[in-house]
Design a protein around this ligand. Structure first.
Ligand code: AMP
Length: 539
């Protein structure tokens, strides 16, 4: 579906065109109309699928349609406006988007800014770890979108700076991560204070039961959006996983490319900021590589794709899922997953980029401890284990320039093990809870405010939040320690490699070999899952 077919309000349409978006991504195609019609939505979509625009565009449309119109309006436009507009939208009304981390808050806010460039809608990101003054000022001036991490939002609510009664739609973005990070009580607190008649949208990367239960408990018959499954795994693709330490990925990537010498290869990464880094690493080591991510404009992406299609000798493209969307390149003989995608359908989709048009192809996935949960989901989805391979010592490239990353300030750093934060690309929670960081250092305790906004997690390397500690008595969250991270300090790499190279799934006891995550329950329909777990939520 093309954006031009959606009959969007002119200023919104202009902003979309400016961004170079022409076709809706699958999540956008499915989410757009239900949201425009005012429905609640529970959408399963991960980062990189275009999910932010999938909820922002229709919500913006609903606000813009609620603005008084001057001049003549066609009957058709009038009918669209009547159908889509938020009824009785008042200047103090706003949309609340809750996100788990400050990085995501900024990223979503960036999308708000770009999409409102022409319409002049206003948004503001509020999260902890920064001063209150700017946030207070923005709230006083009025905004149509508040993008917030839950803790700071509650603090501002308690200071009467945010009136939750003015919320017309509430969005939970990366809802599963919010639950994982222990925001359940905060989410409940907020949901209980916004009007009952608001629109409620929940987006989540995984079929996390809490998420879906929330959608059903607090939404009214949400429209479920689940990107259609393409279970038919490409038959002529041989896929294989390589268990490696996270820091061994560059070496293995290089070694696999040198070993297989593909004509055309696509390397997938989950993080758009890693795209450039990986491509530069390859180029530095004599492997010509191109990078394509959503950081490039559509026109730039098109140029890279054309170049990639035109050359077909040792031609490497490093890409994120969304950037590679719609790529139909016949000659790709190798696909490498630098990280496993979080959802299983993307895996099938990625490896299906090779072995096209009757040719055979290979798909290799570098699986570190960070990827094991994704691997379990993928294998469950495929209903079989993916064969594990390993590189012999003489197949490993020994001398190579390390992977580096360039910061915006020009500072260049070797991508050596960096402690428990590890490499998280553009999204990583860095072990923090978004708004839970430095505020304690900056501002000192505010005991009377901390009942819900207890944000005192130290973010020091490897430190963990003490449950129920500190003043203020925040209810103790059932919280796991965030996404599993590879502990670089455990054991040296050669030890790890030794373990991995013993063969498929053989690991020496006590070493840092990846643990298999427990296999998630068998796939049921979204509806079944919701029905089964509905009652558990908030009990
Ligand atoms: P998200 O999944 O929301 O993080 O989006 C990933 C990236 O895809 C963002 O950088 C968007 O700018 C880009 N994007 C979103 N929708 C589209 C679209 N329809 N066409 C091209 N790029 C898009």
């Amino acid at each position: 579906m093309k954006f031009s077919e959606l009959n969007l309000e002119a200023s919104l349409n202009a902003a979309i065109q400016k961004l170079g978006y022409e076709d809706c991504t699958p999540i956008q195609e499915q989410a757009m109309n239900p949201i425009l019609d005012g429905n609640d939505v529970a959408g399963l979509a991960q980062t990189g699928t275009g999910k932010t625009a999938a909820f922002l565009i229709p919500l913006m449309e609903r606000i813009l349609r609620a603005r008084p119109v001057t001049g003549d309006v066609s009957e058709e436009q009038k009918a669209i406006t009547d159908k889509r507009a938020f009824k009785d939208w008042k200047p103090q009304n706003f949309i609340l988007i809750l996100v788990p981390t400050r990085e995501l808050a900024e990223q979503v806010q960036e999308n708000v800014t770009k999409l409102s460039e022409v319409s002049g809608l206003r948004g503001f990101a509020i999260y902890g770890g920064t001063g209150y003054d700017k946030q207070k000022e923005a709230l006083r001036n009025g905004v149509e979108f508040i993008v917030a991490t839950p803790g700071r939002l509650i603090d501002l609510y308690k200071e009467h700076l945010v009136d939750l009664k003015q919320v017309r739609a509430i969005v939970f973005d990366e809802a599963d991560r919010m639950f994982d990070m222990g925001f359940k009580d905060d989410m409940k607190y907020i949901l209980q204070r916004v009007p009952r008649e608001r629109q409620f949208l929940v987006f989540s990367a995984t079929l996390n039961f809490d998420v879906l239960n929330t959608a059903y408990q607090f939404g009214s018959e949400p429209v479920e959006i689940n990107i259609s499954r393409d279970q038919a795994k490409a038959e002529n693709v041989k896929d294989m996983i390589f268990h490696v330490g996270n820091d061994e990925k560059p070496q293995h990537l290089l070694s696999l490319l040198k070993l297989h010498n593909p004509k055309q290869a696509i390397i997938f990464t989950n993080f758009k900021l890693s795209v450039e880094k990986i491509a530069r690493f390859l180029v530095d080591n004599g492997v010509p590589a191109m990078a394509i991510s959503s950081l490039l404009t559509q026109a730039q992406r098109n140029r890279v794709i054309e170049q990639f299609k035109a050359e077909n000798n040792m031609n490497i493209l490093v890409a994120t899922d969304v950037a590679a969307r719609g790529l139909d390149i016949k000659g790709v003989d190798v696909v490498i997953n630098y990280e496993l995608p979080n959802d299983s359908e993307s895996y099938v989709h990625r490896i299906g980029r090779t072995g096209r048009a009757g040719t055979t192809g290979s798909a290799f996935s570098l699986v570190s401890e960070k990827d094991v949960e994704a691997l379990a989901r993928i294998e469950d989805y495929l209903k079989h284990k993916v064969e594990a391979g390993f590189l012999e010592n003489d197949q490993l490239v020994k001398e190579f320039k390390p992977m580096t990353f360039q910061r915006e300030d020009g500072y260049q750093k070797s991508d050596k093990p960096r402690g428990p934060r590890g490499e998280r690309g553009d999204r990583g929670p860095r072990g923090d809870r978004g708004d839970r960081g430095p505020r304690r250092d900056n501002r000192g305790p505010r005991p009377e405010k901390r009942e819900h906004g207890q944000q005192g997690q130290e973010r020091g390397e490897g430190q963990q939040r003490k449950h129920g500690g500190g003043q203020g008595g925040r209810p103790e969250h059932k919280r796991h320690d965030g996404p599993k991270r590879h502990d670089h300090k455990r054991g040296d790499q050669s030890q790890q490699r030794g373990d991995f190279k013993k063969g498929p799934h053989q690991h020496r006891k006590g070493a840092s070999a990846p643990k298999r995550a427990p296999t998630p329950p068998k796939q049921k329909s979204v509806g079944q899952k919701i029905a089964g777990f509905f009652k558990k939520l908030f009990s």
